[in-house]
Design a protein around this ligand. Structure first.
Ligand SMILES: NC(=O)c1ccc[n+]([C@@H]2O[C@H](COP(=O)([O-])OP(=O)(O)OC[C@H]3O[C@@H](n4cnc5c(N)ncnc54)[C@H](O)[C@@H]3O)[C@@H](O)[C@H]2O)c1
Length: 315
């Protein structure tokens, strides 16, 4: 029987592209998008959609039963910068939605879960360069604490109840189809839009703040490849380090100048600088490469060329 996939939080930055990619791969009718709000036309018009609150166990269970769902991709969350403003709401959303899907799998109502963690699980005492898979983790943000706790619960549900949950620690994600949702790395999307529209950008991080980043195509492919890989090969059931590129606002500005020589950038760091300072600059993802063959395709040059090309076609 064809598997049925449910995406919770499908209308966000990752969920939108993930839904479209999964529909192309598994068939439109087999991929059910859901969120607490409606999404883009391409998402709403290409397959089933349900308004669904991921924090309600009963509501998620009902949709799982209705569509005979076997796999859930949980993308609903409150991101790093927004979560600092609403700590309790962030905790409730990020943890309760995860427990709901873990418990559905524990009760054998679904077979497999994808849940993204983040580089926010690391803290200022973590080695910053080439951050190892296993290392000191003392997150200082509500978001990071929720992701680290989530990782431990994933590992626990796997070892205790055999729940097949799979996860990656996403770095900052760069995409052109959907706006980012309140993260600390949002600047790396805004900068391309502003470069084309205004020719200038005022960055909320300092010029030399290096952060790990990834182009959305790589991020979507990582999720699908991890979910399709053989379970026995996966040695990490908390969350895999995942890398692609690392750059500073100064470096991304230079890569844009190669295409738009008139582009200028200024710097006005805000509260997000402290969040960025607590995160790694680059990631060691050798375990993901070894276990399931992870290989990124987009570096900064390729990302800049693609972002500018695609954003130009939208205007
Ligand atoms: N975008 C990034 O750079 C990045 C980096 C690391 C990890 N992640 C993780 O990836 C996942 C998706 O991130 P994103 O960037 O797409 O986030 P986003 O904020 O763009 O999208 C989240 C979606 O969840 C929905 N949502 C909120 N509350 C909900 C609820 N109660 N029930 C159902 N849906 C609800 C929102 O409406 C939104 O459409 C999150 O777990 C996030 O922590 C993202």
């Amino acid at each position: 029987m064809q598997q049925s996939i449910l995406i919770l939080g499908a209308c966000g930055q990752i969920g939108t592209e993930l839904t479209l990619a999964l529909r192309e791969r598994y068939g439109n009718e087999n991929v059910i998008a859901s969120d607490i709000r409606e999404g883009s036309d391409s998402l709403m018009n290409s397959g089933p959609f349900e308004i669904l609150d991921a924090t309600s166990y009963d509501a998620v269970e009902e949709i799982v039963m209705l569509y005979e769902v076997s796999e859930v991709y949980l993308m609903a969350a409150m991101l790093s910068a927004t979560a600092e403003k609403f700590p309790e709401r962030a905790w409730n959303l990020n943890m309760n939605s995860l427990f709901n899907v873990l418990n559905l799998a524990k009760e054998n109502k679904i077979e497999k879960i994808f849940w993204p963690s983040s580089i926010a699980v690391f803290g200022k005492n973590t080695p910053k360069e080439n951050t190892p898979q296993h290392t000191l983790m003392e997150p200082s943000t509500v978001y990071g604490i929720s992701k680290q706790t989530g990782e431990r619960w994933c590992a626990y549900y796997y070892s205790k109840y055999g729940v097949d949950v799979r996860s990656v620690r996403y770095p900052g994600l760069i995409s052109w189809k959907t706006q980012p949702g309140g993260g600390t790395t949002d600047y790396a999307v805004e900068i391309y839009l502003q470069a084309l529209e205004e020719g200038t950008y005022n960055c909320f991080l300092k010029e030399d703040t290096a952060l790990p980043m990834m182009f959305m195509d790589d991020a979507i492919r990582a999720a699908i490849e991890l979910m399709e890989s053989e379970g026995e090969k996966l040695s990490i059931r908390s969350s895999y380090n995942l890398g692609a590129m690392s750059f500073t606002p100064g470096e991304i500005a230079w890569s844009i100048k190669n295409h738009l020589p008139e582009f200028s950038i200024s710097y006005e760091p805000d509260f997000r600088q402290a969040i960025a300072d607590s995160w790694p600059s680059s990631i060691d993802d050798s375990q993901a490469r070894q276990d399931w063959g992870w290989q990124p395709e987009f570096d900064l040059e390729k990302t800049t060329a693609e972002m500018l090309k695609q954003l130009r076609t939208l205007n």
